[in-house]
Design a binder for this molecule. Structure first.
Ligand SMILES: *Cc1c(COP(=O)(O)O)cnc(C)c1O
Length: 425
């Protein structure tokens, strides 16, 4: 029940309260506390910039965890979405519609696979990948009923459903949500020998992120993905690459596995596939894998809806020419060079691939969140992860000078924290 004096909205304000503080209070009171957002209340966005309810501008260096790879209000994506809004938005897969075929064909071609299973969120793509891998294991590989196992990585992040958090090793993500789905084995990320040792005759898949995003942009050793590929091929196991965050140009390639010259059997895509407009995800694989699904065996009311497909088509069209990938690669090189200047000056390590960087702040200076708060005050949005790591993933439309400005601000924040803590670097 609402307390007396609780912040309220009026119909005239369209559900919007006035000041950032009023917004925050309303959210604090009425939204579940499953996030602890920075005190920024965005009202509009364009390109790499977001404007708050009082007109303050922020350089968005998170891009909704890469869901906004092509920038806020990307004109190509918006045009496709607007045109589709006026034509047809939803029929469910009970009927056909004219956006589905071109979307799945285009996405399949983009990543070099025969078939696409369209879903909505990244977690749904992962869940669907798990189901498909198990079914493939029983029907194609010949695993005895009920015995399929999937090898997963320590430090993984694949979403928030009960099955997925069940094979997370993050106590925050899984605590209090059991009992969990059996059939998963965890090995250290980057350890090919451990993968080989975990695989047995009942293993149907190895599920991994080519770069672990939530874990702090962890790039595995160069030999790891080729090793996993070799193990999977030798043992008759599906290699499933969760490219929900790493895919679709963020790392400088269409897929992050391409940096290692590896072709996975199954790709899980999401985030950027929705163009920053709607949730669009997909499981992409050849017909010998996705073909195990027959009518009635899997589905989603919203998966593959006309609006999602129209937006997804626009995204696929933008990626087909390779310019976005190239831009991410060039900008990423620039950002990486600038961030490396900070190592030893408040930063203990920098990891990056494409325009995606994890920056470990010297824990003696402060937490990642303190750094993020200080940066937000200066007009830069970034997100901490795991203690003192901050993660940078600006929209790919960002300009080099804007990256320079953000890094300069970060350097200044770290210098001030160092002065404050009497820390010498
Ligand atoms: C974000 C993410 C997911 C989950 O996507 P949602 O759309 O939030 O469900 C899955 N895998 C990876 C690697 C992610 O980064």
């Amino acid at each position: 029940m609402l307390h007396v004096g609780a912040p309220r909205t009026s119909p005239e304000s369209g559900g919007r309260a006035a000041s950032p503080a009023a917004h925050a209070a309303l959210v604090d009171q009425r939204a579940a506390h499953n996030y602890a957002p920075l005190p920024v209340v965005a009202a509009s966005g364009e390109g790499a910039w977001v404007t708050d309810v009082e007109g303050r501008r922020y350089l968005d260096c998170l891009a909704a965890y890469s869901a906004v790879n092509f920038g806020h209000a990307n004109p190509t994506v918006l045009a496709a979405a607007r045109a589709q809004l006026d034509r047809l938005t939803l029929v469910s897969r009970a009927f056909g519609h004219d956006q589905l075929g071109p979307f799945v064909a285009g996405l399949g071609d983009l990543v070099g696979k025969e078939m696409v299973l369209p879903m909505n969120t990244g977690a749904e793509a992962v869940e669907s990948g798990v189901k498909v891998a198990r079914k493939w294991g029983y029907e194609v590989k010949g695993v005895a009923p009920g015995r399929a196992n999937i090898v997963v990585m320590a430090g993984n992040f694949h979403g928030r459903t009960t099955t997925i958090v069940g094979f997370s090793d993050d106590p925050e993500a899984r605590g209090g949500y059991g009992p969990f789905t059996p059939g998963f084995r965890t090995v250290p990320y980057g350890d090919g020998a451990a993968v080989a040792a975990a695989v047995d005759e009942d293993t149907v898949a190895v599920l991994l992120e080519p770069v672990q995003g939530e874990a702090g942009v962890i790039v595995p050793p160069a030999r790891f993905l080729p090793e996993v590929r070799e193990i999977c091929t030798r043992e008759g196991v599906l290699m499933i690459a969760d490219e929900v965050q790493s895919g679709l140009a963020r790392t400088g390639r269409t897929l992050a596995v391409q940096h290692s010259g590896v072709v996975a059997d199954v790709y899980l895509l999401g985030k950027a596939l929705g163009g920053g407009v709607v949730p669009v995800s997909a499981v992409v694989a050849d017909a010998d894998v996705l073909g195990v699904l027959r009518p009635g065996q899997h589905g989603s009311t919203f998966g593959g809806n006309p609006l999602a497909c129209a937006v997804g088509r626009a995204v696929v069209g933008m990626l087909a020419g390779g310019e976005w990938q190239e831009r991410a690669r060039r900008l990423g090189e620039h950002l990486d060079g600038r961030l490396r200047e900070l190592v030893g000056a408040g930063v203990t390590a920098v990891r990056s691939l494409g325009l995606w960087a994890g920056v470990d702040v010297d824990p003696g200076l402060g937490t990642g969140r303190e750094v993020c708060l200080a940066l937000a005050e200066r007009g830069i949005l970034v997100k901490d992860t795991h203690g003192s790591t901050i993660r940078l993933a600006p929209p790919l439309v960002v300009e080099p000078a804007e990256l320079d400005w953000a890094v300069d601000q970060l350097a200044d924040v770290l210098a001030r924290l160092a002065a404050h803590s009497g820390h010498r670097s």
